[in-house]
Ligand binder design. Sequence first.
Ligand code: DLZ
Ligand code: SF4
Length: 509
Amino acid sequence: VKRLALVLGDQLSFNLASLRSLDPERDPVLMAEVMAEASYVPHHPQKIALIFAAMRHFAEALRGRGWTVHYVRLDDPDNSGTLPGELRRWSERLDVGEIHLTECGEYRVERALAESGLPIVWYDDDRFLCSRRDFARWAGGRRQLRMELFYREMRRRTGLLMEPDGTPAGGDWNYDEENRKPLPRKVKAPMPPHFPADALTREVLDLVQARFSHHYGTLSAFDYPVTFEAADALWRHFLDFGLAAFGDYQDAMASGEPFLFHARISAALNIGLLDLRQLCADVESAWRRGEVPLNAAEGFIRQLIGWREYVRGIYWLQMPDYAERNAFGNSRRLPEFYWTGDTRMNCMRQAIGQTLEHAYAHHIQRLMVTGNFALLAGILPKDICDWYLAVYMDAFDWVELPNTLGMVMHADGGYLGSKPYCASGQYIKRMSDYCGDCHYKVSESTSERACPFNALYWHFLMRHRPQLRGNHRLGMVYRNLERMDEARQQALWQRGETLLARLDAGEAL
Ligand code: DLZ
Ligand code: SF4
C-alpha cells in the first residue's frame, strides 16, 4: 500500500516515531498550514510566525535528507483550511492506503484526526520520556497526584543526577529552597542572542502580518530560532551564560528584564527543534564538570523530566473532562486589560507588556503575577486558559491546560498540586522591584491606593474557607486570618468586594 506521513506543526523532529518507520525513498510527507489551527484561539502573531517558519524550514531540511514533502501553504487556493480536510484531500490525490502519524499534542486535534475515518497508523510520541500508558500505570486510581513522587521515579528511571548507589546527587532530590533569591541590583542578566530572519522566515512574517495583525501582540519584535541550528545556538548560549545563575534567580522578577537567566527554549522544545534527552545530558555534564552548581542543574532538570512530563501525563489521563473543571465555581470573565496591558498595577503591566512584545513571560510571572491575579479574582478557568494558550509562543494545550487550570487556578480541586499558589503583594514585593514604581502601595491593604493583591488575597481565602480551611499547607495562613480582629476582616472583605465590583464594571484597576 501507498503510505503517507502527516507531520504536524509541533512535530518538527527528524527522529519522530512515524518518520523513523518510513522510507524517504518511497513514502511522502505531508505538512499543512491551516486556518483552523491558526485561529482556534487568537494566537499571538509571533507564535503563528514561529510555527509556520519552523514548518517551512523543516520541510526544506527533510527534502535535503531525501524526503518528498508535500507542503501546503496557508494561502494555497486549494487549502481546505483544516488538518483532516488536508489529510483527506492528499490521501485521495496520492491514492494513499495508510497514514502514519505520531500521537498529537492536543486532544482536540487527535480526536478530529482519529474520527476522520481515514486509515491512520498511530505511534507513541517517544520524544517524551514517559508514555501515556506508563503515566496511567503510575497514576493508577489515585485521587491526588504529586509531582515530587513522579519526579523521583523519573530520576531513578533516567539515572539523571543520581549516584551509583541509587541516591540523589548531593543527598537531596530537590533544591527548590535554594531557587528563590530575588535579583540583587548589581546582578545583570546576559544579553540575549539574536536570530535575524532569513528569506523564508521573512515570507512568513509578511503572511502573518497580512492575515493575523488583528491578533493581540506585536509581530515586529520576532527574534526566535526557527531551525535546529539556531535553536541549538540559543541552547548553547544558555549553557554558557544562563544556567549557572538560573537556579538562584529562577523565581526572581525585574523591571525591563523579560528573560533574566531563563533559557527561553520552551517553544523550540515544544515544536521539536530541541531534544529533551540531549538537553538533560548537557545540563548534567555541565554540573559534573563543575561549571554550574547543583541547585541550577537540578532545578532545570526537574522542570524537564519532572513538571513537563507530569503535566503531559495528567493531560492525557484526564482529558476531555479536565478542561471543564472549575472547582471554585468561578464565573468572572477575563478583564480586558489582559489583552492590552492597560492597568495601573505595575507587576501586571510589566508581565502583560512583555507578553505582548515577546510572546514570552517566565514561569514566576505567569504563576505569581498574571496567574495569581486570575486565581484571586475568581476568573472563569476557560477564559484564563484560552488567554495563556493564545499569548505564549510555547503554549500547546497539553502543557498549557494543566499548568493553568491545575497549577495556577487550582480548578481541578487539588489533583495536580497540593495547594493553590495564592499570594499577596508581599510575595511580589519580595521577588521583584515592581512595587517601587507602582501606583498602588504594597504596604497597604484596605485604603484606596492599597495594592489590589492584598485584599483580594484575603478575600479569596475568606470566600473559599469551606474548601481550603482543612488544607494543612494553608493552616498557618488561616490561623493568621483568624487572629485578625473582626473589623480588620470586614475591611479586607469590603475592599475585596469593591475591587471585584470594579472588575465587573469593566474598570481596569
Ligand atoms: C498552533 C498551530 C498553528 C498556529 N498552526 C498549525 C498549522 O498550520 N499546522 C499544524 O499542523 N499545526 C499547527 N499548530 C499546532 C496545532 O494547532 C496543534 O497544537 C498541534 O498539532 C498539537 O496537536
Ligand atoms: Fe503589583 Fe501590588 Fe506591587 Fe503594584 S504594589 S506592583 S499591584 S504587587
